[in-house]
Design a protein around this ligand. Structure first.
Ligand code: DAT
Ligand code: MG
Length: 137
């Protein structure tokens, strides 16, 4: 069953120059790019995107970080796209992410872990609507 997922190469990934590497891994896995855009998030969009974390102690830092520079937002599509990309990304904490995963290969700190990927069909639909409303449901 084909599905879509919202992926971000966060500002640390853009700063480190690994956008091409991340996109290459997505394509090599067999996922298809449906939308892709470089943009800098305003506070409101960032807070909406991370709404589920609003009460967490790191929320302020998270919003500062994600708005702190340009990021690449993209939508990828394919069978099990959500789980497939979470596999490519690796564990949230980069020191626990295995070698060969994006976070395992390119990051060391949980607050700067290079990529975001939707974690369920519901969050994918919600997040895609935030970044690419023109894609519809
Ligand atoms: P994921 O990005 O793997 O879905 P998440 O949704 O739990 O992870 O958290 C969103 C982001 O918030 C995560 O990519 C990095 C940041 N984060 C999570 N836990 C954190 C913590 N304990 N301290 C600092 N930042 C954290
Ligand atoms: Mg998450």
């Amino acid at each position: 069953m084909s599905e879509r997922t919202l992926i971000l190469v966060k500002p640390d990934g853009v700063r480190k120059g690994v956008v091409g590497e991340v996109v290459a891994r997505i394509e090599r896995k067999g996922l298809k790019l449906v939308a892709l855009e470089l943009r800098t998030l305003g506070r409101e969009v960032a807070e909406e995107h991370y709404a589920e974390h609003r009460e967490r102690p790191f929320f302020g830092e998270l919003v500062e970080f994600i708005t702190g520079g340009p990021l690449v937002a993209l939508v990828a599509e394919g069978p099990h796209a959500i789980k497939a990309f979470r596999g490519l990304a690796g564990a949230t904490n980069p020191v626990e992410a295995g070698p060969g995963t994006i976070r395992g290969d390119f990051a060391l700190e949980i607050g700067e872990n290079i990529v975001h990927g939707s974690d369920s069909p519901e969050s994918a639909a919600r997040e895609i609507k935030i970044f690419f409303p023109e894609l519809g449901a």
